[in-house]
Design a protein around this ligand. Structure first.
Ligand code: PGA
Length: 242
């Protein structure tokens, strides 16, 4: 399980950007055995089964991009934690800022999703992060603490992975500085000492090495650069601990 492993963890978030053909090619390109790094991919829900069939469980973990906060029932278009588990999928990204912004997902929803996933022994990869206004007002740590408290993350410490993704750095090419990431990582680590902390937001081959050196950062959640095979492999190597 990616929560128990001592390795760093690099997750590809393909969002709604990968065609069937690209998802297949990307998954196939990642089938190498690795013992010093954990690699996961989060394809579109429609591609989960195909990618799972390609993935050799030792080398590639497959995650969903979202899960329903409800257990089962009349929720058209939703996917339950049980259904994810039945497909052999290991967990799900939840609380991504795109879902918070475009689909009004709240910290309370994130808590319900964590409950659904952990009830099925699945790993929640919980995204938290401040927007630019909060950063400029100097309220980042306060804001992150409130996200952590409102989603009750402390109760699930060690059963979740945290992805710190400053909203202003996602898909913008503006990566947070090493100092900014280090300050947040040590703050989150104090609140959630047993959970792996990843950084996300414009991670590229060019900045991955510096990010990998930051104390308490145990990997990355990568969007755009994860769609480019060579670049993503370079990011993986930067986080691989030799
Ligand atoms: P990005 O996306 O790497 O394209 O900034 C990261 C994410 O949304 O998880």
């Amino acid at each position: 399980m990616i929560t128990n492993s001592k390795n760093n963890l690099v997750i590809a978030n393909w969002k709604m950007a990968a065609s069937l053909e690209l998802a297949k090619a990307l998954a196939e390109s990642l089938l190498e055995s690795r013992d010093n790094i954990d690699v996961a991919v989060a394809p579109s829900a429609l591609h989960l089964n195909m990618v799972k069939n390609i993935a050799n469980t030792n080398s590639l973990t497959v995650l969903a991009q979202d899960v329903s906060k409800h257990e089962s029932g009349a929720f058209t278009g939703e996917i339950s934690a049980l259904q994810i588990s039945e497909m052999g999928i290991s967990g799900s990204v939840i609380g991504h800022s795109e879902r918070r912004k475009n689909f009004a997902e709240t910290d309370a929803d994130v808590l319900e999703k964590i409950k659904q996933l952990t009830a099925q022994n699945l790993v929640p990869v919980v995204c938290i992060g401040e927007n630019l206004e909060t950063r400029e007002q100097g309220k980042t740590l306060e804001f992150l603490q409130s996200q952590i408290e409102k989603s009750n993350l402390q109760e699930f410490d060690g059963k979740i992975v945290i992805a710190y993704e400053p909203v202003w750095a996602i898909g913008t090419g503006k990566v947070a500085t090493v100092e900014q990431i280090a300050e947040v990582a040590s703050f989150i680590h104090k609140l959630l000492p047993k959970s792996k902390i990843l950084y996300g937001g414009s991670v590229t081959a060019a900045n991955a090495k510096d990010i990998a050196q930051i104390q308490h950062i145990k990997g990355a959640l990568v969007g755009g650069a994860s769609l480019k095979i060579d670049e993503f492999k370079q990011i993986i190597s930067s986080f691989a601990v030799v």
